[in-house]
Design a protein around this ligand. Structure first.
Ligand code: NOJ
Length: 741
C-alpha cells in the first residue's frame, strides 16, 4: 500500500513539475514574440551596480536609462532591499517590464560570515557546509538578491594561487561532495521560494590549474585530466540542480574558456544537458582580445555567443555588437533566442514576473540579518573547520583556570580580518557582531584568569620594535597564545603569491618567544596552505585556523579550551617549500618512485624529501582513535556487484571526539596509469569516550571507474589495494580485492 502511495506521490510530483515547466516555456515563448532584437540582447547584458567593483572598472553607458529602455537583463554588486528595489523600479518603467536579476558574490556568507570555503572544506562535514550555504541564501535572498556567484568548485593543487581560499581544495571526490552540498544549500527546496538563491557554479573550467599558480594565467592539460580531476565537481553541482554556470578567465589548451565551444556547448549544454544559463566572468568576453583570440570586441562577442556564453558580465561586447552581428547574419537569431530563453526561464522560475519585488522585503531582511540561529551555525562550522596540526606536549586543551595568559600577535584584536577575502561589507551594519579573537578568549576564561596582550609585530614589514613588549608580556604568563599568519587580503582573487612563507618577521617573533621557555600555542590564520618549516619543526603546538568569519573568536576559544574537540582535516597538501608545488597526494607512482632515503636515479629532489610538511586529510584530535576488525564481504567482484567494507572505530582517548575516516583505493595496473591512492569515501564519526562504532563503506563500479585515453569512462578487471586511514598518509587498515569482468 505504502509503495503504491509512494509511486502515486512521485508521479504527481513529476507531472506537476513537468506541467510547471511547460507553463514557463509557454510564457517565455509568448514574451519572446513581443521582444525587439535590442530588448533580447539587453537581456544578455549585465552591469555592476553600486560604486564598488569586483573587477577592473568599466565605463558603462547610463545604467538608469538602459534599464528604463529595457536594455539590461541583470546587475551584480547591488546589495540590500533599498538598492535592489531602486533598480527594479526602473526596470518596471520599461516597455515589457522584464525584471532585473541581481547577482552577488556571496561566497561564504552575507552578513553572518562563515569560514572561507577552503576552511569549511576542512570540516569534511557536508551537513554543516550545506547549512552554511542555506544561511547565506536566507540572508541574501531577503535582501533582494536572486543569485550568488558560488560555489567555486575549482580543484587546485597549487597553494600559490590566491583563489584556493574559495574552493574545496585539491581532491576531486571531496570537492564534488562539497559542490553538491553547497548548491543544495543555496537553492533550498526549490527556486522561487523566497529563501532560495540561484547558485552559479564557477569557473568553467580548469581555472584552478593556472600555470605557476598565477591568477588568470593559461591552463594546459590533457583532456583526460580535465575529465577525471577537474570536471567532476562541476557535474556534481549540476546534479544538485545548479541554475547557472560562470565561465573562466583562463584559456584551456589555447582556447579561452569564454569562447570555448567544447566546454560550453559540447560538454555543458550538450553531453550534460544543462538547461540553465552561462554568465561570462567579469570582462572575460572582452579579454579574449588580450588573449590574442579575438581581433576586436565584435569578434569576441561573436565567438563568445557562438561558444555558448549567454550573458556578458561587464564587457559591453554583446551590447555594442550583437545587434549588428545578427543583422549581417553572422549570429543567427536562433542562437540569440536560445540564450534569452535560458535567462527568461530563470526569471519566471524565480517568480519575478508575478512579483518583481518579492525578494526585497525589509521585514524579512531584518529578521534574517538578526537571526541568532545563523550565528550559532557560523560558530559551529568555524570550530569544525579548525585543524590541529601539532599538540606534542598536550598543552591543549587549556584549563579555564589558567592564571595568566598572554595573547600576542597581529591577528588578536582586529575584527574584520577574520572575515577573509570575499566577505561582504554592508555599509550600514556596524561590526560589533564580529567576535574578535581577543573577545572570544575574554568571554571564555574565568574571572580569575588574567589576559595580557601585545601585538608583537605587523603581518608584513621588518619592524621588530614590538618584540620587546611581547617578550615582557610572555614572561609574565603561564601560557602564550600567538596568533599570526597572512593578512586576509593576501589570498583571494588576484592574490597569488610566489612565496607562501609566513610573511614579515612573524617567524622571528616565534623564535624570540620560544626563548622565554613558556608553553606557546601558535594559531596560524591564512587563506591557503602556508610554508612554515621552522615553526612546524620546532614548535610543539600548532593550530591552523584559516579565516573563520564573524564567529572566529568564539570558535577559536572553543577549541583552545576543549569545549569543542578539533576534528578538521586538511583539504590540501601543505608543502615544505614552494619548490614542491604542484604537490598533491593522489599523484602517479612514476617509473622510478623514490622510496625511503634512496634517491639515486629516482624521482626525487636531492635537497628535500618528496613528502609534504602536512599531508592531505591530516588533522589531530584531543582524543585518539583505534581502527580494527576490517572485513570485506568478498574479495572478488564482478562489475555489477559491490563489496561491503566494514571496520570498527573506537574512541580510545580521554575526550569525546569526531574522526573523519577516509577510504582510499589504488588501482594497481591500468590501461592508463593510476594514482598511488585516491579518496573514494569518507565519514565523519562522533564517538563518546570508550565508544566503538562499526563503519561501513560500499565499493561498487562507480568507485572503480576512470577515464581512459579515449575519454571513455571505464572500469577494468584487476587488483585494487584498499586503505582506510586517518589521513592520506596515516593508513590504519589495509586489504585488497579483485574486479573480474
Ligand atoms: C571575477 C571573479 O573571477 C568571479 O569569481 C566573480 O564572481 C566576478 N568577478 C564577479 O565579482
Amino acid at each position: 500500500m505504502k509503495k503504491i502511495a509512494l509511486i502515486f506521490g512521485l508521479l504527481f510530483c513529476f507531472t506537476t513539475t513537468f506541467s510547471q515547466q511547460n507553463e514557463i516555456d509557454r510564457k517565455v515563448e509568448e514574451l519572446l514574440q513581443k521582444m525587439t532584437l535590442e530588448e533580447k540582447i539587453g537581456q544578455l547584458n549585465q552591469y555592476s551596480g553600486d560604486s564598488e567593483a569586483t573587477g577592473p572598472i568599466t565605463i558603462n553607458p547610463n545604467k538608469q536609462s538602459e534599464i528604463k529602455n529595457g536594455l539590461l537583463g541583470s546587475m551584480l554588486n547591488v546589495k540590500t532591499v533599498e538598492h535592489t528595489q531602486q533598480f527594479q523600479e526602473l526596470a518596471m518603467q520599461s516597455r515589457l517590464k522584464i525584471p532585473l536579476l541581481f547577482g552577488l558574490d556571496v561566497v561564504h556568507g552575507y552578513k553572518t560570515t562563515f569560514p572561507i570555503p577552503l576552511a569549511e572544506a576542512a570540516s569534511w562535514d557536508l551537513e554543516a557546509i550545506e547549512l552554511s550555504a542555506r544561511v547565506a541564501a536566507v540572508e541574501t535572498s531577503a535582501s533582494g538578491i536572486h543569485w550568488t556567484f558560488a560555489p567555486m568548485v575549482d580543484i587546485s593543487r597549487d597553494p600559490r594561487w590566491g583563489r584556493v581560499m574559495e574552493g574545496a581544495g585539491e581532491d576531486t571526490y571531496l570537492g564534488s561532495k562539497i559542490a553538491y552540498a553547497r548548491v543544495k544549500g543555496f537553492q533550498g527546496n526549490q527556486l522561487g521560494d523566497t529563501d532560495a538563491v540561484m547558485a552559479c557554479v564557477k569557473h568553467f573550467a580548469a581555472y584552478g590549474a593556472a600555470v605557476g599558480g598565477r591568477d588568470y594565467n593559461s591552463v594546459d592539460m590533457s583532456y583526460r585530466m580535465l575529465w577525471e580531476t577537474f570536471l567532476p565537481p562541476f557535474k556534481a553541482a549540476l546534479d544538485a540542480g545548479a541554475a547557472t554556470f560562470m565561465n573562466s578567465f583562463n584559456d584551456l589548451n589555447g582556447i579561452p574558456a569564454t569562447g570555448n565551444t567544447y566546454l560550453q556547448r559540447d560538454i555543458l549544454k550538450g553531453k550534460w544537458n544543462f538547461k540553465g544559463f552561462v554568465v561570462s566572468d567579469w570582462g572575460s568576453i572582452g579579454e579574449m582580445i588580450a588573449h590574442g583570440y579575438s581581433k576586436d570586441s565584435k569578434e569576441a562577442a561573436l565567438q563568445a555567443i557562438t561558444a555558448g556564453s549567454d550573458m556578458d558580465m561587464e564587457s559591453n561586447a554583446y551590447r555594442n555588437n550583437l545587434v549588428e552581428l545578427v543583422k549581417v547574419n553572422k549570429v543567427s537569431l536562433d542562437v540569440i533566442d536560445d540564450a534569452v530563453r535560458r535567462i527568461l526561464y530563470k526569471k519566471f522560475e524565480l517568480g519575478l514576473f508575478d512579483d518583481p519585488f518579492k525578494f526585497s522585503n525589509p521585514e524579512r531582511q531584518k529578521a534574517a540579518l538578526t537571526n541568532l540561529e545563523h550565528t550559532k551555525a557560523a560558530r559551529a562550522i568555524a570550530s569544525k573547520s579548525i585543524v590541529l596540526l601539532k599538540n606534542e606536549k598536550n598543552i591543549l586543551p587549556l584549563s579555564k583556570e589558567t592564571k595568566t595568559i598572554a595573547f600576542i600577535g597581529p591577528m588578536v584584536k582586529p575584527k574584520r580580518i577574520n572575515h577573509g577575502f570575499w566577505s561582504i561589507d554592508l555599509k550600514d551594519v556596524d561590526s560589533t557582531y564580529i567576535v574578535s579573537q581577543w573577545e572570544g578568549l575574554e568571554r571564555k576564561v574565568g574571572k580569575n584568569t588574567k589576559l595580557l596582550y601585545a601585538k608583537g609585530c605587523s603581518v608584513e614589514g621588518t619592524d621588530k620594535s614590538g618584540f620587546k613588549e611581547a617578550i615582557a608580556v610572555a614572561k609574565k604568563a603561564d601560557v602564550v597564545i600567538l596568533s599570526i599568519g597572512e593578512a586576509f587580503n593576501m589570498s583571494g582573487e588576484a592574490k597569488s603569491r610566489s612565496t607562501i612563507q609566513l610573511p614579515g618577521v612573524q617567524e622571528d617573533l616565534i623564535k624570540e618567544l620560544q626563548k622565554t621557555g613558556k608553553p606557546i600555542v601558535i594559531l596560524i590564520n591564512a587563506g591557503r596552505p602556508l610554508v612554515f618549516n621552522w615553526t612546524a619543526e620546532n614548535m610543539p603546538t600548532i593550530v591552523y585556523t584559516w579565516w573563520l568569519g564573524s564567529e572566529a573568536g568564539n570558535a577559536i576559544a572553543d577549541i583552545l579550551f576543549g569545549d569543542y574537540n578539533p576534528s578538521g582535516k586538511l583539504p590540501m597538501t601543505f608543502p615544505r617549500t614552494e619548490g614542491q608545488i604542484p604537490i598533491y597526494y593522489n599523484h602517479f607512482n612514476t617509473g622510478r618512485p623514490a622510496i625511503g632515503e634512496d634517491k639515486i636515479y629516482k624521482s626525487a629532489y636531492i635537497d628535500l624529501p618528496n613528502s609534504p610538511q602536512f599531508p592531505f586529510g591530516f588533522g589531530l584530535s584531543y582524543t585518539t582513535f583505534q581502527y580494527s576488525d576490517l572485513k570485506l564481504s568478498t574479495q572478488k567482484i564482478k562489475s555489477s556487484e559491490a563489496i561491503e567494507v566494514s571496520f570498527k572505530l573506537t574512541n580510545s582517548g580521554k575526550f569525546e571526539g569526531e574522526e573523519v575516516v577516509q577510504l582510499y583505493l589504488r588501482d594497481k595496473v591500468g590501461c592508463v596509469v593510476r594514482p598511488i591512492k585516491e579518496l573514494k569515501d569518507f565519514e565523519k564519526v562522533k564517538l563518546a569516550i570508550g565508544e566503538t562504532k562499526t563503519i561501513t563503506f560500499i565499493i561498487d563500479k562507480s568507485k572503480l571507474s576512470f577515464y581512459n585515453d579515449k575519454l571513455e569512462y571505464i572500469s577494468e578487471a584487476g587488483e585494487f589495494d584498499l586503505m582506510i586511514g586517518s589521513s592520506s598518509e596515516d593508513i590504519r587498515l589495509i586489504s585488497n580485492f579483485e574486479l573480474v569482468q
